[in-house]
Design a protein around this ligand. Sequence first.
Ligand code: RTP
Ligand code: MG
Length: 142
Amino acid sequence: MAVERTLSIIKPDAVAKNHIGEIYTRFEGAGLRIVASKMLRLSDAVAGGFYAEHRERPFFPALIEFMTSGPVVVQVLEGENAVATNRDLMGATNPQEAAAGTIRADFASSIDANAVHGSDSTDSAAREIAYFFAFSEVCERD
Ligand code: RTP
Ligand code: MG
């Protein structure tokens, strides 16, 4: 298995419900290291650019309205198979279909307010990490 990096976002619903620490504990419990982290409030332009692949989808306006509704916490996770490991921790996009014990099953309330984002491939991860973090903001960890 390869050491990878992936981009994770704790979305506005989970930040508002004070679940940042519990979600970080799940990342660390799965062997993922947090190598970059920041809280910020997304503008329409930044959220739209991040989700540009979904621009033509019917849910896009609701997605942008939700992602700009409050602060988010953005982090880079590093570890063996980090992309798939994080997606497994997150669970299915729709929390009603998410496996028991996943972040979305435990903390998400709807397909819009679904607690977390995680890159879906190593290519997406590289693009998404560069979208939010300068090279100097991602730290080497042993
Ligand atoms: P994310 O990108 O946020 O990690 O979520 P994902 O890969 O599991 O799902 P994706 O297909 O990339 O969709 C991005 C976000 O758009 C919202 N969505 N709504 N109403 C719908 O059918 C629908 N489909 C997607 C979700 O909030 C999803 O997280
Ligand atoms: Mg996605």
